[in-house]
Design a protein. Sequence first.
Length: 454
Amino acid sequence: MTGHPIPETVASLMPRAKAELTELVAFQSVADPAVYPKSECEGAAEWVAAALRAEGFQDVALLDTPDGTQSVYGFLPGPAGAPTVLLYAHYDVQPPLDEAAWISPPFELTERDGRWFGRGTADCKGGFIMHLLALRALKADGGVPVSVKVIVEGSEEQGTGGLERYAEAHPGLLAADTIVIGDTGNFRAGLPTVTSTLRGMTMLRVQLDTLEGNLHSGQFGGAAPDALAAMIQLLASLRAEDGSTTVDGLTADEEWDGLQYPEEGFRKDAKVLDGVGLVGTGSVADRIWARPSVTVIGIDCPAVVGATPSVQASARAQISLRVPPGQDAEQATKLLTAHLLAHTPWGAKVSVEQVGQGQPFRADIASPAYTAMADAMRVAYPGQEMQSSGMGGSIPLCNTLAGLYPDAEILLIGLSEPEAQIHAVNESVSPEELERLSVTEALFLRNYAASKAV
């Protein structure tokens, strides 16, 4: 990208961006002390705070949120009378899963095939670097034309709601005229996209107990109630034969009327094996953006290696339910809980624990800020027009901010296009996307300030 000061400045800053992202990725900042020490998250939070101070931010603070994690806040004052923009990212990351399946170490940024690999490169440590690049480019080209608040969350991936509850208790802290959530992504690399909807989520743990202890399967199997078999039957009740989600009382037939997701493109992006069918009915966009989806994300049961011929006395599973816009996550939680209780077989003792919840979100893409964003994307992505898509994932903070600041415009952009493989092994970011979206954000802030000055 040439011929425009902002793109040229961002391009010159990319080596520094890579070095900084390398440092930030090195923190094993999974917000679960059972996975990595809490000190890893604390180190990442300190790094973010130091970066904000170096850029001249005031009131930089590590906010101790009610879930035991820290979010990082800073304020950069703009010209008198300028609007205030809140920029969001999160520094916590998903666990790397099977580290042996990573081609390069998950917490070492590695360049390969034109991409930067490492956990958090796209989701969402790269989002924070995007914010820094945009602000630096503006400073080098006459100054930042708006007042900027930055909030970098420490537990977004866990869904434990610490920042939401902190914001509700301090309602003036994150107040802004518009909010840019840097945690979504383009529909695909090179196609500028804003995310107009997010599915909400609820996370439950269910435990089944049937016996006082494990039993020999030869001596007792066939009559003794097997907790693991009961769990398998219970979990199977959550899907129809075609794979559609079936939670009693939960509507699952909505349709998506925006940008469509061709099935062959989805199969390629999702790396579906040849001959394996997709699950559910309706268009792909219906299934991933407009309808609920249940996923069993973990089961506690004996491993195959070292397994003994036993009837299991207990089994436990963790279930994630994505909730589309138009439905209420709290009501979905009640329906899922009732379904689990009603479908538990053989009178097994059942307990259900809620471990996370967030509401779905729908943006107003007709608002003036979206015009400023479309103009910015037109420059950063020559020949392309801004597209609007849904996103199957959840950002619970969005609804909290929308409730606290009903007059604020909320935009969602980010680095998580399909090739990024967020939440999977070998997560990566396209440096070209990082560059273009940093240009986009810088131009957006300039356009937005000009629109407010008229």
